[in-house]
Design a protein around this ligand. Structure first.
Ligand code: FAD
Length: 455
């Protein structure tokens, strides 16, 4: 008899599970995916670049269409929201988003991939027109339409995380004067303060006076009759604006899991083991709705990223199909960019490493990313964080017009290979003048630390 697999959510993790199960020929299953959206499998990560105008057709962001899965024998149910899970009965209740009719669906194995949603802070008048969050394809379409209206000249971005920075780039590229307001002392607070300050400096410098970044101030109210016209901050600033992007973070969609008795962990994300199993038999979870095991801190953290969602989805599918796979955890490796500046990190920053009790030693190195005489050579700044006691690499941050992320990926591999800084120094990395320096800036940063430890 076919195993009935039900997947809730069709973002990144859900379709990954479906695709992998469909490729597992020896697993005889019937797969049904329910999503409350009218599409599945799109790249939310691509939305800032669609909004910017780098991608003309929004359909390019769609990775897989329901028909592609249907042709392979799976069923995709659009506009159907799962409202309740009954684990003892192996049932879920699904509501049609348009008609409110509810149907009961039985499962043998259930995968929860409900993702996350933007936080909507309780700021006065947040529901005025032209105040947007960025998560769904329709958000991208709405924002792009708004910025292309001829009377859209000024914007405010609330929140200086990755999405805030990517939206800043999109608005700047469209000639819109934009002010980003971050209530913390630093933007991109997952970087150490000196690196965040450098990022801020570089962003402002490269924006020809069209972009302003205000830190340590919070938006407390929006004003306008029907649409937003002004924002008011805690420090008394009054700023005129034609549109607002609210990007103050996300929260996991885990209410139906919690109500079904599924254990939640950090930030109310679902706790799973390394096989993506929840505490309830036959229920798996993957993607932004789960917390992650951090490979350096050895603690749980919630780091919702598309890169992890795909790996977790694959792991869930393998285990659902009765085979064995274990997902070890994450480093939180991430990259973004602003006007050609790559901004990337992996592992723990110095502040976090200290919090977890490591005896931190770090180095910051600014060097050319290619041989200095090459016309394309640009500065790259790398910060490396190492534990003095074990000499293990804990994390790295890199900023530069060059390939910052290639250095960060190298560090990520070294951390996962459990390398010490002196082992790392012997890495056989590529070199030719158009690509790097004879001693790569990353190895120079490691050398500084090595000298500090062994001198
Ligand atoms: C603007 C932007 C840029 C990003 N850039 C990057 C990047 O560069 N790199 C990176 O790694 N990550 C990036 N991310 C994050 C990445 O998009 C997410 O990590 C990824 O989409 C997570 O996939 P998921 O399947 O877990 O969740 P989601 O993509 O959120 O999908 C979950 C789906 O489940 C549906 N759903 C929720 N509840 C229910 C329910 N009860 N019933 C039915 N359906 C339900 C939701 O509507 C949604 O369609 C970015 C995100 C955004 C918004």
């Amino acid at each position: 008899m076919k195993t009935k697999v039900v997947i809730i959510g069709g973002g990144a993790a859900g379709p990954k599970i479906m695709a992998k199960l469909l490729r597992t020929k020896e697993f005889d299953c019937q797969i049904d995916m329910y999503t409350d959206e009218n599409m599945i499998s799109y790249s939310a990560c691509g939305l800032p670049y669609y909004i910017e105008g780098l991608i003309e057709d929004v359909n390019r962001l769609i990775v897989r269409r329901p028909e592609q899965f249907e042709e392979l024998g799976a069923h995709v149910h659009l506009n159907k929201r799962c409202i309740k899970i009954m684990p003892d009965e192996h049932k879920v209740f699904v509501q049609d988003v348009n008609s409110d009719t509810v149907e009961e669906v039985e499962y043998d194995k259930l995968a929860i991939t409900t993702g996350a949603r933007p936080i909507l802070p309780s700021i006065k008048n947040i529901h005025l027109k032209n105040i947007f969050t960025v998560r769904k394809v329709q958000d991208g379409i709405n924002i792009r339409n708004k910025i292309r209206e001829s009377d859209t000249k000024k914007a405010v971005i609330v929140g200086g995380g990755y999405i805030g920075i990517e939206m800043l780039e999109a608005l700047y590229a469209n000639g819109i004067e934009t002010i980003l307001i971050e209530m913390n002392e630093h933007i991109l607070s997952i970087f150490d303060p000196e690196m965040s300050d450098l990022i801020k400096e570089e962003i402002v410098q490269s924006s020809n006076g069209k972009v302003q970044i205000i830190t340590s101030d919070a938006v407390v109210a929006f004003e306008g009759d029907d649409k937003v016209e002004k924002i008011i901050t805690a420090n008394g600033r009054v700023i005129d604006t034609d549109l607002v992007i609210v990007s103050v973070g996300v929260i996991p969609n885990t209410e139906i899991a919690r109500d079904a008795g599924i254990e939640l962990g950090v930030s109310n994300a679902i706790r799973v083991n390394n096989r993506m199993q929840t505490n309830i038999k036959d229920i798996y979870a993957a993607g932004d709705c789960i917390e992650n095991f951090h490979l350096v801190s050895k603690n749980y953290a919630w780091i919702p990223l598309g890169s992890s969602a795909n790996k977790e989805g694959r792991c869930a599918a393998i285990n659902i199909s009765g085979r064995y796979d274990a997902f070890p955890g994450v480093l939180g490796s991430a990259v973004t960019r602003y006007n050609g500046l790559s901004i990337s990190l992996t592992g723990l920053n110095e502040t976090e490493a200290k919090k977890y009790g490591f005896d931190v030693i770090s180095s910051i190195m600014t060097k050319k990313d290619k041989a200095g005489y090459m016309p394309q050579a640009e500065n790259i700044t790398i910060k490396l964080v190492v534990d003095k006691r074990s000499k293990k690499i804990l994390g790295a941050q890199a900023i530069g017009s060059g390939d910052a992320d290639k250095r960060i990926n190298t560090v990520a591999s070294a951390i996962q290979a459990d390398q010490t800084v002196d082992e790392f120094l012997h890495l056989d990395m590529t070199y030719a003048p158009p690509f790097s320096t004879a001693v790569d800036p990353l190895l120079s940063a490691a050398l500084v630390i090595n000298n500090k430890i062994f001198s």
